[in-house]
Design a protein around this ligand. Sequence first.
Ligand SMILES: *Cc1c(COP(=O)(O)O)cnc(C)c1O
Length: 230
Amino acid sequence: MESVFEYAKRILERVREAERRAGLPEGTVKLVAASKLHGAEAVREAFGAGVRIFGENRVQELEEKQRLGAYEGAKVHFIGHLQRNKVKNLVGLAEVIESVDSAELVRRVAARARELGITQRVLLEVNIGREPQKSGVLPEELPALLDCVESEKGIFAEGLMAIPPATGDLREIVGFFEQMRKLYVDSGAKTYDNSKMNVLSMGMSADFEAAIACGANAVRVGTAIFGART
Ligand SMILES: *Cc1c(COP(=O)(O)O)cnc(C)c1O
């Protein structure tokens, strides 16, 4: 059986290859290794292979692995649904919170960041497939959310994140990636003080290369690096 080290190396190579095919300078696309439900040892192994950003979706799990020194030398992005009562613990701990999707979260994150005297970097999550059970703002709600970010201090929105419907049909998923790309470009056309569309985070284990071809410059890969989550 191959190790996390080898899987991580291979995924990093595949990201670099997809980047090259898309005509992007080396290092443009960031790999976020989604390490949720995998322990500190697996995280260290992926770090040894060159992974420098880890993605977690539970604040408590992030804090625990942080205490164990799992992310030493690396950054952590929060990629899960963020509960209001966890904002206090998370702000300042995650380099980027990728899952901000409401005016209330914007205000709470910004308020906590001001308490800490920092600026919290975030991505705005879009529910591109309009799935009722999913997090994220609807595409037409994005301008209002950007306006909300603009009215706060202590928060900076550096791009968009999306998790398209898990249809298993790559052609359909590519359609959603293309919609995201358009939304990203359109949102970047307006100038804001507290936002700049620099990051488009989309693509997971099964489709990250397609996402890069569609304009993603951040991909979140879990299973293909760490194996199945049990
Ligand atoms: C777990 C997770 C991923 C990675 O999914 P895989 O299919 O395991 O690669 C990506 N994004 C988010 C938000 C996740 O929670």
